[in-house]
Design a protein around this ligand. Sequence first.
Ligand code: HEM
Length: 224
Amino acid sequence: MALQARLLINLVAGGLLLAALAYDWLGNLAHELIGTAMFGLLVAHNTFNRRWYGSAVRKGGRDLRGWLNIATIATLAAVMLILLATSIVISQSLFSALPIASSFSARQLHAQAAYWALVIVAVHVGMRWSMIMTSMRSWTRLGAPNAGRTWILRVLALSIAAYGIHSWTVIGTGSRLLAEMTLNFWNFEEAALHFFLHQGAVAGLLICVTHYTTALLQRLKQRF
Ligand code: HEM
């Protein structure tokens, strides 16, 4: 399958992950349908990338970036498996007929894994940002990069990252990642769109930090 089509599948999977976080707004059935569709797309995503696993096991990471890539994907796989297993255990709609008892701790683990999944997916995407940009450039036939466009995109990325720092505190991402008890329930009736803007900005912040850190490591490697 063409890389652009694969990137589109990844974009939809990422969008479904963001959407699933709005549980209180969607209600249970829609949340479970969205989560199941995301896992379906992730099965396709891993099928397209299956050769990577063989080469990671045979050759390992060739450099620091390669090892960080392996560590990120291994952590992502673990978090997604926890998310999948807890989804089946706590299901109230699609898998409720299965004879498995739900529990408070399984629900708490499920919610915490979901927030970690967003963070690690953003790091995973950030590590591939240059490739995504190259692919978008050829898709939109924009031609070779030019300084003006690069600076406009940099300013845009830094603005999203700055807003992401604000969003991190507004939605209480830190407490959610640490599973701290919080009274920070989102009022979807008043601000549903804001929820997605803030979650998207947090993801943007992490993509940005990962991309520029990876680029810096690459430069240091070339210099020394
Ligand atoms: C919503 C979630 C995810 C998004 C948005 C995402 C995004 C991406 C992108 C943009 C790429 C590069 C383009 C491509 O090959 O398709 C990629 C590669 C890859 N992804 Fe994901 N991914 C997600 C979840 C996962 C999960 C859960 C796993 C593993 C359990 C995974 C494993 C991989 C692997 C093995 C590669 C190839 C790595 C390489 O070539 O260096 N991804 N992903």
